[in-house]
Write a protein that binds this ligand. Structure first.
Ligand code: PSU
Ligand code: MN
Length: 308
């Protein structure tokens, strides 16, 4: 086990699990601060940590507090991230800035991945990935999540990509970047709220053990970068694609009318979709994160077993 980077603050419980080669699951914090309303966000964050524990792994929610990248947070610290309006959204480019200013930051998929990898964590659970925005061929609005996936060795469990993004172009960019995309127990790539997207997944695997074997094979060969594991939302919780499409179009039109750009677009759209759906999208969002946490814990347990 390589030691975590000295500038990271790793919670004792997480450090102990890593030192023992035990299963650890990293969890993202932008989803808490900028992805869901209070107090459901903090309830979700705590519940997801418990699901990871119940699955036999140690949870490590990742964020920056007072400028320090933190791997594993207390319940009170989760509450700060969930309720403090001043918490910045931190992607890769923002880490040094927020650290130097001793500020709080909620890390995106890209930033969480990098900090997880610096700590020696190989499995990461989130809700949805960033990607190529609709119209991205003109605006060049392509999430840094994609480039980060090309260079950082972490398996990411998500429910796919929301159709507020351009799913087809997102999959194309991931292919170009050499990032494997594996659907879990499905042939189709999922679109977050919905099990379908109209796009066939490039790969399919059906068990946590197979996923762990793929992680081991890829990284043992020195092939750097992430493995994107797309876990379709449970059927009972999904919002069918045609139903959510009208909501997404409205949210996109509202963002456009208000001139929202750059890093603010994704948080705005997520919040607007919750409002426009009367909260239904939030229930689906929480259900899929729970399910991803169950799968992530199972993968971490299998992966730790292959190390031994
Ligand atoms: N998609 C979701 N929920 C989220 C995000 C995306 O369904 O919470 C967040 C994640 O933190 C992701 C980030 O990494 O938005 C992408 O933002 P951007 O497009 O600005 O890179
Ligand atoms: Mn962007």
């Amino acid at each position: 086990m390589t030691s975590p980077h000295p500038l990271l603050s790793v919670a004792p419980e997480v450090r102990a699990a890593l030192d023992a080669g035990g299963p650890v699951v990293a969890l993202e914090s932008t989803i808490i601060s900028h992805g869901m309303p209070y107090p459901r966000n903090v309830e979700m964050a705590r519940e997801v940590e418990q699901i990871v524990r119940d699955g036999g792994a140690t949870p490590a929610t990742i964020a920056i507090l007072d400028g320090v990248p933190r791997i594993g947070l207390s319940a009170d610290e989760l509450d700060v991230l969930a309720s403090d309006e001043g918490v910045a959204k931190v992607s890769i480019r923002d880490i040094g800035y927020v650290a130097a200013r001793r500020a709080h930051g909620a890390t995106t998929v890209a930033a969480t991945m990098r900090l997880a990898a610096l700590a020696g964590i190989r499995v990461f659970v989130t809700g949805g990935l960033g990607g190529v925005h609709r119209g991205g061929e003109d605006t060049l609005d392509v999430s840094a999540d994609l480039t980060e996936m090309s260079r950082t060795d972490v398996a990411i469990v998500s429910a796919g990509v929301k159709s507020l993004l351009d799913i087809g172009r997102t999959l194309e960019v991931l292919e170009t970047l050499g990032v494997p995309v594996v659907a879990y127990r499905a042939d189709e790539f999922p679109s977050f709220f919905s099990r379908s997207s109209g796009f066939t997944a490039p790969m399919r695997l059906d068990t946590p053990a197979e996923l762990a074997a793929m992680m081991r094979a890829k990284w043992d060969l020195g092939l750097e970068g992430a493995i994107s594991i797309a876990n379709p939302v449970p059927a009972a919780d999904e919002i069918p694609q045609p139903e959510i499409e009208a909501t997404i179009r409205q949210a996109l039109a509202d963002a456009d009318a208000r001139g929202i750009r750059g890093k603010d677009i994704t948080p705005y759209l997520l919040g607007r979709i919750v409002e426009l759906s009367g909260g239904a999208s939030l229930e689906t969002n929480i259900a899929l994160v729970r399910d991803n946490a169950r799968l992530g814990a199972a993968i971490a347990v299998e992966y730790a077993a292959t190390t031994a």
